[in-house]
Ligand binder design. Structure first.
Ligand code: DGJ
Length: 734
């Protein structure tokens, strides 16, 4: 069992292959954090005690007023609130007597094999052939009866530990939950850096690294969705950590809503890290016996840099998050019409893009926004999920048949949670949107948000979308979401519960995913939200892939995909070759480089294939072939960031390596033009030192080298080429 309890010391020990996580119950009854890091030996760990610490002005528990045990200083697993800890606490609750306090003390625990799952929220699952165990620890506040159950899931072979929390009102009167963090990690050290992924629409998940100091590092979202600005995944690492060196922790929240992540050094130079639902505009009423489940956090630790941490996260997100058959089955290369046509198309045009797309070697054609209702621009139609027969020149089934006859699968775009005022749905149900009485709701992209906290709205959406999916031969769906939430007020909810709407919206969203995605196991679903505003682990529990960004410029994409890759696997990143000059940046980059960058994702095309020359189509067909050749290492292999595009401005390089070390693919793109021959060496990682490998150099010469030499010397890459040129090196064991 990967989880042990030592009754003499009331210590819990969680072990994975290479990590240990230790906590114990203090004599005062609190669950204290003792250690999370590299695996400890099986020897005596009694030296690992939290001791009892305080500092000047530290409040002390009444019964221990003569001691040194202050909750403001002690490292806790789930920090108390209002009774002495002034740091960022795990919980804030207004009790039935109006007091703000929670002092959770150990009551009992349960250890069992298998991974827990959560009610109404996504969480990782364990596969039948792997070992995963669960620890549940119950803490209770004696004065109020409020209880929390801390859940720990241990994926032994994957070096991953998950955490979640269930709060129960065990008292007799209602309470209000104002804050609940899914994870609290108290480290008795300083010297961390905080790496996070920031951006805006069309430029998501850029990378920023800051020192964690006595001033908090904090990221989050209050937009109702994770948003473009921050991502619910972060890295906490040694100041000198890099891809191959240093201790680092990766954390990702499986939640598609408001979130917060905060890291701060306290007055005794200890570091507290918390992650959970953003407490702003959050208040959840719990009547007697009601429970609230806080979302899951996935944690991992690496003793040797970011690459190893990334491999742990990629492995669990590939194998333990999504049950779609497409996690194991080859995914289609697609052609999407959005950038080619936007809203201006006819059925005939769509069929010709698909037909010509076949010549690019694609397997699937995706009809994007604009096929339904009166949707000829952004002003109308959202909510009316019936085909616009006039625009399409017939039924959807006619178009699908022609696309299928051309040898392609057919995919369709939806934006189920949204509505235009100019729609039949809005005219029939103006009360179905999020809006506050007496105010006009804020408009974004000319659309409003459906109140999916309501059962009747959920039922409508599920029925309307499933009606299209069940009556047509649709094999792929792009599920979009193109605004943030404002005016989060539900007409069906009484005043006291309006603070629940943000969270209930997320729960409503997961109900839609249950009702649409889980009932269509044969359809490949791709998430999207104005590009990548909803790129989080919760989404990855339902959808194997997510459109990374509406910025398809290959140069920016190297940065976007770099940031995304810290937590999320390459197989989850929707990436396409689009036309040049690029629609967003006006930049022109060769087909070869655009293809090389899109290959580090799900690969597809966003082109008007009817305007391409035969030579261009043939060139694309070669790239499609190449992607298929490398599909397995790209999709299932280990990913290595060979350069940091925010530091190395000369070239960007990355690698996909087969897990069995038999082959790898290195891609490098120059970022500038050079006046001289400028040879850099690209050093592959993850090869077998003792094996011999063959590869072709840029000049066509084939060389055979040992893994050891290759990884030490690398392959020469001459930067004396034009700007944004790229080169791929395929290295294979002989
Ligand atoms: C935003 C998406 O990111 C685009 O790819 C496209 O699907 C549009 N929405 C359609 O409205």
């Amino acid at each position: 069992m990967s989880i042990q309890f030592f009754p003499e010391t009331k210590t819990f020990r969680l072990d994975t292959k290479e990590t240990s996580y230790i906590m114990s119950v203090s004599r005062q009854g609190h669950l204290l954090h003792l250690y999370y890091g590299g695996k400890l030996g099986d020897d005596d760990i009694s030296v690992l005690t939290a001791g009892e610490i305080r500092t000047g002005f530290s409040p002390l528990p009444y019964e221990y007023a003569d001691g040194r045990y202050s909750l403001d200083c002690m490292p806790q697993e789930f920090s108390t609130d209002g009774v002495g800890d002034f740091r960022y606490t795990s919980i804030s609750v207004v009790n039935s007597d109006g007091s703000y306090a929670f002092d959770g003390k150990y009551v009992k625990h349960r250890i069992y094999s298998g991974k827990y799952s959560l009610d109404c929220l996504p969480s990782l699952f364990s596969n039948p052939d792997e070992k995963a165990d669960t620890l549940e620890v119950e803490l209770a506040d004696k004065a109020t009866g409020v209880r929390v159950t801390l859940l720990y899931g241990v994926f032994e072979d994957k070096d991953v530990i998950t955490r979640a929390v269930i709060v129960k009102n065990g008292g007799n009167d209602k309470i209000k939950l104002r804050r609940i963090m899914s994870c609290n990690l108290d480290f008795r050290r300083v010297g961390f850096d905080f790496i996070h992924f920031y951006g805006h629409a069309y430029l998501e998940r850029l990378t920023e690294r800051e020192h964690v100091t006595h001033a908090a590092c904090e990221i989050g979202s209050v937009k109702g969705t994770p948003g473009h600005e921050h991502n619910p995944s972060v890295v906490l690492c040694d100041r000198n950590a890099n891809e191959e060196y240093g201790e680092c922790y990766g954390a990702a929240l499986l939640y598609t809503g408001n979130f917060i992540c905060n890291a701060k050094v306290d007055q005794l130079n200890q570091t507290r890290f918390v992650m959970g639902i953003h407490p702003e505009k959050f208040e959840f009423v719990l009547n007697a016996d009601d429970t609230f489940t806080a979302p899951e956090v996935v944690l991992t630790y690496s003793d040797s840099g970011f690459a190893k941490m990334t491999h742990h996260l990629h492995d669990v997100f590939r194998e333990n998050a999504c049950r779609s058959k497409y996690m194991k089955q080859r995914r289609p290369v697609l052609v999407n019409n959005w950038e080619a046509t936007r809203f201006s198309f006819t059925g005939e045009k769509i069929v010709s893009i698909a037909r010509e797309g076949k010549k690019l070697g694609a397997d699937l054609f995706v009809l994007d926004d604009g096929w339904f209702g009166a949707r000829n621009d952004e002003h109308a139609g959202l909510g009316d999920w019936t085909v616009n027969r006039e625009k399409m020149g017939g039924d959807l089934s006619d178009i699908i048949k022609q696309v299928n006859d051309a040898g392609l699968m057919f995919g369709l775009w939806f934006e189920p949670e949204m509505i235009n005022e100019d729609s039949d749905l809005y005219r029939a149900h103006p009360d179905w949107v999020l809006k506050i009485p007496g105010r006009q709701p804020a408009i974004c992209r000319n659309q409003l948000v459906l109140d999916i906290t309501r059962q009747d709205v959920q039922d409508y959406i599920i029925k309307a979308v499933n009606n299209i999916l069940d009556n047509n031969h649709i094999e792929y769906v792009k599920w979009d979401f193109n605004r943030y939430l404002t005016d989060t007020y539900s007409a069906l909810c009484d005043n006291e519960h309006q603070g629940e709407i943000f969270h209930r919206f997320v729960l409503g969203f997961y109900k839609l995913l249950d009702g649409i995605i889980l009932t269509h196991p044969d359809i490949l679903f791709e998430g999207c939200s104005g590009g990548g505003s909803r790129f989080d682990g919760g989404m990855l529990c339902y959808q194997p892939q997510i459109w990374c960004s509406d910025d398809t410029d290959a140069v920016w994409r190297t940065k976007i995909q770099y940031g995304t890759s810290f937590a999320y696997p390459v197989s989850s990143m929707g990436a396409h070759v689009s036309a040049c000059p690029n629609k967003k940046t006006q930049r022109t980059v060769s087909f070869k480089t655009r293809a090389a960058v899109a290959m580090s994702g799900t690969f597809g095309y966003e082109l008007d294939t009817t305007r391409m020359t035969d030579a261009e189509k043939a060139e694309c067909a070669e790239y499609t072939k190449l992607f298929r050749k490398y599909y397995d290492i790209i999709t299932y292999g280990d990913y290595y960031r060979l350069t940091n595009p925010f530091e190395n401005t000369r070239y960007v390089a990355w690698e996909h390596a087969a897990k069995d070390k038999s082959e790898c693919l290195i891609t490098a793109v120059t970022m500038d033009a050079y006046t001289q021959h400028h040879i850099m060496y690209l050093k592959p990682r993850g090869l077998d030192e003792n094996a011999m490998y063959e590869t072709e150099l840029a000049d066509g010469k084939v060389i055979i080298m040992s893994g050891k030499t290759l990884m030490k010397v690398g392959l020469p890459f001459d930067l004396f080429v034009s700007q944004y040129e790229s080169r791929q090196f395929y290295i294979k064991k002989v």
